[in-house]
Design a protein around this ligand. Structure first.
Ligand code: SF4
Length: 64
């Protein structure tokens, strides 16, 4: 069963392979992917068929 309050892209989102700290990754997942995923800048681009930069963060900044 698909979790209702989870971003449909979570299982395949390429962003998370770049995180060195598990704690930062968990924060984004809790706040966006399993929370307000409609506010995620990655999801907004993907939903309209645009290319999503690999290191774009849900808040619109880029992972260093
Ligand atoms: S980072 Fe954005 S697009 Fe990726 S799974 Fe989380 S909410 Fe979805």
């Amino acid at each position: 069963m698909v979790e209702k309050n989870e971003c449909p892209y979570l299982k395949s989102c390429p962003l998370f392979q770049f995180f060195k700290l598990e704690v930062s990754k968990k924060l984004y997942i809790t706040n966006y992917c399993q929370g307000q995923f409609d506010k995620c800048e990655r999801k907004k681009l993907k939903d309209i068929g645009k290319t999503v930069p690999d290191k774009l963060l849900p808040n619109g900044k880029h992972l260093q």
